[in-house]
Design a protein around this ligand. Sequence first.
Ligand code: FPP
Length: 224
Amino acid sequence: MDGNGRWATQRGRPRLFGHHAGAKRVREVIESCPDVGVEYLTIFAFSTENWKRTQVEVAGLMSLFRRYITKEARALHKFGARVRFIGDRVRLDAKLIKMMDDLEEMTAGNTRVHLTVALNYGGRDEVARATKRLALDVSKGLLDPDDVDEETLPKYLDTYVLPDPDLVIRTSGEARISNFLLWQSAYAEYEFIDTLWPDFSRAEFADLCAQYGGRERRFGAVKV
Ligand code: FPP
């Protein structure tokens, strides 16, 4: 969801104004998922690198996340969204963690849209944390090093219950992955679009999903 800061600056407003505008777009995208055939949606809300921003922006974003959960929890549940969070919770404040846990628990039985929010998430950090847990299992004798392969490692990732992404959309004209779902996106299709996140519309989302539907994916193989 990139481009909130620039969107606000273009309007002579503080960056947090852009994040608030960006939060409003999230609801629309979630609600259009069933119409465009998306069952799993993952949004990148805060990266492990985002702590480097000013204290004002970081605190403002954390407060926005708490407000977002308070305001949207019931609507998300009513809509049938199952909400999960990925990322390292250790650095987040206890109140926010409790709200995340409660939202996950409340929506645990929903299946209409699987919404995953990446919060204090970094792909490298995730792989490092997964490796640590895997090494611990090896040291306890629960896992044989000979059994560590492409099937085993993802079981230790935050996304272990989720399918790999088919399509990754990055807004705001930056053609970078920025540490998002590094392992999981090995075969994802990418769309880098110029639209700043607060301007991202249902129509654009639908167009990108339709274009994706027309692509041929070979996963390294040759079409026969
Ligand atoms: C990146 O834009 C955006 C973020 C770091 C925050 C995204 C958060 C929201 C949209 C709030 C909604 C959150 C939830 C959980 C629904 P940027 O600040 O890097 O923009 P810039 O590149 O223009 O500076």
